[in-house]
Design a protein around this ligand. Structure first.
Ligand code: URA
Length: 246
């Protein structure tokens, strides 16, 4: 859910906030989590890029990878061929976050290289970017059997590393690919059809949810709205003066 600044009166806004809190608590319950909500926050002005942090990003990503090691923090370790860490520019302005590696990603150790990944690569190209300009990763780093949804304990074990990766990269914009990634990052139970097309925030970074490329392969009618979402991302990139080919 998005609360546009100045678009609600205070009573409506309280209602919206209560609904957001309820959704967050339902999400927490579903994942067996307890504690203080850390969900989406009202949009804050985009932070200015920090050149020193950008210079440190490649080393920081390597340190996080080393900390993961030959990870056995959850049960997915036993079934994997490769841990899929993430790929692309360590100083990317734009990060795409998917759900979990699929069969081809598990085989190659690279995110989004199967059929859905090939479509994602084309979408990135249509935005005037290449895979090396952006960073691509997933909520979890090992393939769940049969591509089932990740389990709460798997997310709990893996997400801290994603958070550290995003802290290191400091992207200006995040695109969440599909229901699972969007709900997980936003601590929301709202359907992807309601989340997509609107700006949200993850750790102070503007986040645009959109349909997963695999969903676009299954259902052509999602292509137009997904492209509309990416047009919003391109407009925001241009507004922020971020580099892409026009
Ligand atoms: N689907 C995802 O969510 N991530 C991948 O890396 C590949 C397919």
């Amino acid at each position: 859910m998005v609360v546009e600044e100045g678009s609600l009166d205070p009573v409506d806004e309280l209602g919206e906030l209560a609904a957001q809190l309820r959704a967050h608590l339902e999400w927490q319950q579903r994942f067996g989590l307890r504690g203080v909500p850390t969900g989406p926050t009202p949009r804050t002005p985009a932070a200015a890029p920090d050149p020193a942090a950008a210079a440190a990003a490649p080393g920081a990503l390597a340190t996080i990878r080393a900390d993961l090691g030959d990870c056995t923090r959850c049960g997915l370790a036993g079934g994997r061929q490769h841990l899929v860490y993430g790929a692309g520019s360590p100083t990317a302005d734009l990060v795409f976050v998917g759900e979990a590696p699929g069969q081809e990603e598990d085989r190659q150790g690279e995110p989004f290289v199967g059929p859905a990944g090939q479509l994602l690569t084309k979408m990135i190209g249509a935005m005037g970017l290449g895979r090396d300009d952006v960073y691509i990763c997933n909520i979890i780093k090992c393939r769940p059997p049969g591509n089932r949804d990740p389990e709460p304990d798997e997310v709990a074990a893996c997400e801290p590393f994603l958070r550290r990766q995003l802290d290191a990269i400091k992207p200006r914009i995040i695109v969440a690919l599909g229901r699972y990634a969007a709900q997980c990052l936003l601590r929301s139970t709202a359907p992807i059809g309601a989340l997509r097309g609107h700006w949200h925030e993850y750790q102070g970074i503007p986040l645009m949810p959109t349909y997963h490329p695999a969903a676009l392969l299954r259902n052509e009618s999602y292509k137009r709205p997904a492209w509309d979402d990416l047009k919003q991302v391109m407009a925001e990139m241009d507004r922020l003066g971020l580099k892409r080919r026009r």
